[in-house]
Design a protein around this ligand. Structure first.
Ligand code: G3P
Ligand code: CA
Length: 329
């Protein structure tokens, strides 16, 4: 119905969404919020975001079972910029989140499938293992992935990538580690396809849920950036054993050909405080791992340890304790 002259137009549900005054205001506020989030979390040309990233390692894994939706949602509630998790594949091709290549440490697979073990010899001793790759998604879904951590989490399941995206969308970024990808040929394309379907396959496509990929496996990063030509940020993970290869100026130049940033073991950064500046000179953010309140060594607490890494120029910290991340610089 047309409004009378001299009276403000009244809201009706027939008005297009963005022409309703309240909806318009809400859309403007959300858009402004997204722009601010993108501006503060997206690294600049010098490889540093305005606000250092808090990356929750396997979720808030100090407080909830690692690589579960409970740990992911808690991390988001604790203010994590990103939630880190480990991507692998089931026997029937489902993308699921699990750190170990086998199921026995973090699930009750030994009780549910006692006859499905593979014997392996470790340091001269025969042990039984249950490789994830031997189980279908339906079988994995029967497992309890929470009780080992605390009975309060009994009934928690191994999540799929799709579930993690749904749980974290709009709440936190995704820091996705391709774990042992050489065991899962084609997992890079499958991952990018799921991200494309979720409209998350471009950098900061959803500013509230930015996506970053990482792996210890160089060939997998090369598949992502050279073959599949992803434009998403891609970090090279490495530990002290590979520090000599990647932290020299030549090594950094080499790494830059297939990765946009680095995720070194925190000990690598401590041994070479010049690393962040040299990486940032190449536009590469550095996100060291893993900061744990349960293991702070000589530091007063984990916040002090994280603060030192940020002061050294780290773009962010990967931590089991996102709630204890230091105040922003
Ligand atoms: O994100 C860094 C860290 O996750 C790498 O080590 O063994 O916990 O996957 P890991
Ligand atoms: Ca990981």
């Amino acid at each position: 119905m047309p409004h009378r002259l001299g009276h403000a137009p009244r809201f009706t549900w027939r008005q297009p969404f963005l022409r309703r005054p309240a909806s318009r205001l809400r859309a403007v506020v959300v858009a402004a919020f997204c722009i601010v989030v993108a501006m503060t979390t997206r690294p600049g040309a010098d490889g540093a975001p305005a606000t250092p990233w808090i990356v929750a390692h396997r979720g808030a894994s100090a407080y909830a079972p690692e690589n579960t939706l409970s740990a992911f949602v808690l991390a988001a509630e604790q203010g994590a910029t990103f939630v880190e998790f480990d991507l692998q594949r089931t026997k029937d091709g489902a993308l699921v989140l699990l750190h170990d290549l086998t199921l026995e440490r973090t699930t009750d697979v030994e009780d549910v499938f006692p006859d499905r073990a593979t014997p392996v010899v470790v340091e001269g001793q025969t042990r039984r293992q249950w490789p994830l790759a031997d189980f279908t998604l339906a079988e994995v879904r029967r497992l309890d992935a929470g009780r080992w951590f605390d009975v309060r989490f009994a009934g928690t399941r191994v999540p799929t990538l799709a579930e993690a995206i749904a749980a974290l969308r709009g709440r936190s970024g995704l820091f996705i580690e391709l774990k042992a990808p050489d065991r899962y040929p084609g997992i890079e394309a499958a991952l990018l396809e799921q991200l494309r379907a979720a409209k998350l396959d471009a950098p900061w496509a959803d500013p509230r849920t930015p996506v970053l990929l990482q792996s210890f496996t160089v060939s997998s990063l090369q598949i992502l950036t050279r073959d599949l030509r992803t434009t998403l940020p891609v970090h090279l993970l490495f530990g002290p054993a590979d520090a000599a290869r990647w932290t020299s100026d030549l090594g950094l130049t080499d790494a830059r050909t297939f990765a946009t940033g680095l995720s070194p073991d925190k000990r690598v950064l401590r041994a070479d405080p010049t690393l962040t500046a040299r990486a940032r000179a190449r536009g590469m953010p550095v996100t060291p791992y893993t900061f744990r309140a349960a293991a702070v060594g000589a530091y007063a607490d984990v916040a002090a340890e994280m603060r030192e890494a940020i002061a050294q120029g780290a773009a962010g910290v990967i931590t089991d304790n996102p709630d204890q991340a230091p105040p922003r610089r």
